[in-house]
Write a new protein. Structure first.
Length: 442
């Protein structure tokens, strides 16, 4: 596959160029994005209130009499806890619902743009393409767009905001020790996840390459079903496909083992951090420095903090994979056709329909010339047959007439108009053809 001028980006945690390229697809949905962000802040506000409600509820229950248990304040705390839980879920669902339309529209726009771009590429590209691998690259790219938009906006940024809020709450209410443990835990977790995910990126790319290759092999074999039957090559094709599947199996195995190492390291950091925090809180409860409600609050904050943080590792890995898939799709969008319209191209004006081939020289590769100084004229209403051996250039003349290729020398005129100076769409729209191979769309 030929590549355009797309520059391979360095292997960084986030390829900001890719994110910048996605932003134009969100311009028409600015209002929905803003509304979704408001719902996000409301959901985070509700989840941060819950530990305080639990603290006051537990402190109210400690040593309370039967009359105290029936007090309106206790009932109010219970109802407030339920309302906060429900509000968190409600605002989260509203956020996902509002932003869902944004991602769906972005996916549709990008998929349509890629589809149109592939159709705009020249015949040389399509003759050399791998249909199965191309389809899989486009599919993974559009899916990656949805994942990246949703999780980068609603998981990475909110989690970092929640970490800052929890650290500030612990610092001002319970001292430096708890805040230091929180910040240090998050730093170690983030650094380990970053390094390990960078290490795993190559394994993900190997899986993608093997997946595309195996899919290409299967599609190519099935598209040429008749040829396989002619030469009784079913078993040979099966062996080639199995070889591709073995490569894919090995790549997936390596990827899975690397994932095991990443998940194990993350789990160890979380376990050590939570144990340290709970141990410190339990010690201060024993000394009377903290109440049982404070212990519950700190424990609840740690649970709430590490739940999204644990998921953040998955999100970070998937974002890296999504960026790799989107990068592949943008490489496709960066491909430039070799045959393009001139900047001053005009519409074809058909008057009588005379076609003139003047001193055409053409070759598909430098090793073999197909046409050498071919010149002839087809008059209006005239029927002309081109006869020759296979490979003599009969079909090539038609391809040059349709401007699937440009000749190395010479020119083609229609009613005196050089076809290189007219738009390809108007040229092909004016010509009718009965294809040599009949192809039916399914």
């Amino acid at each position: 596959m030929r590549h355009g001028n797309f520059e391979q980006q360095p292997d960084t945690p986030f390829n900001w160029r890719i994110i910048a390229q996605l932003l134009p697809y969100l311009r028409d949905s600015g209002g929905r994005v803003a509304l979704a962000m408001l719902f996000l802040l409301a959901a985070k506000g509700a989840i941060l209130v819950i530990p305080f409600l639990l603290k006051h509820l537990v402190d109210s229950l400690e040593g309370a009499s039967a009359a105290d248990l029936a007090s309106s304040m206790l009932v109010g705390l219970v109802l407030a806890y339920g309302a906060a839980r429900f509000s968190n879920v409600l605002f989260s669902e509203l956020r996902d619902t509002v932003f869902g339309r944004v991602t769906e529209q972005a996916m549709r726009k990008i998929a349509l743009q890629v589809f149109r771009h592939v159709h705009a590429l020249d015949l040389e590209y399509h003759l050399n393409r791998h249909t199965g691998g191309l389809a899989r690259d486009i599919e993974r790219g559009t899916t990656g767009v949805s994942f990246l938009l949703r999780f980068f906006v609603f998981n990475i940024a909110p989690t970092l905001l929640e970490i800052a809020a929890v650290a500030a709450i612990l610092l001002f209410n319970y001292g430096v020790s708890f805040a230091v443990i929180t910040v240090l835990s998050v730093f170690c977790y983030g650094l380990f996840s970053l390094r390990a995910t960078e290490w795993r990126t190559e394994f993900v790319r190997q899986v993608n390459a093997a997946d595309s290759s195996s899919n290409t092999r299967a599609v190519d074999s099935l598209l040429n079903f008749e040829t396989v039957k002619y030469f009784t090559n079913e078993e040979f094709e099966a062996q080639r496909y199995d070889s591709e599947l073995q490569t894919l199996e090995l790549a997936r195995r390596k990827n899975r083992l690397s994932l095991f190492g990443l998940n194990g390291g993350q789990a160890l950091i979380i376990a050590v951090s939570q144990t340290s925090m709970i141990g410190l809180a339990a010690w201060q409860v024993r000394d009377g420095t903290l109440t049982l409600g404070d212990f519950i609050l700190i424990n609840q904050f740690m649970i709430q903090l590490f739940m999204p943080l644990g998921f953040l590792g998955f999100v970070f890995r998937e974002i890296k994979g999504s960026m790799a898939n989107i990068e592949k799709m943008f490489e496709l969008l960066a491909l430039k056709p070799t045959v393009t319209d001139a900047s001053s191209a005009s519409e074809l004006q058909v008057r009588s329909g005379e076609i003139a081939f003047e001193n055409l020289h053409f070759s598909y590769n430098p090793d073999r010339d197909i046409l050498k100084g071919v010149s002839f004229v087809i008059r209006p209403g005239q029927k002309v047959a081109v006869v020759g051996d296979s490979g003599a250039g009969k079909s090539t003349l038609v391809k040059l007439l349709f401007r699937f290729y440009d000749p190395q020398a010479g020119r083609i005129l229609i009613d005196g108009q050089d076809i290189r100076n007219i738009s390809q769409v108007s040229l092909r729209r004016a010509i009718g053809i009965v294809p040599q191979d009949t192809v039916l769309f399914n």
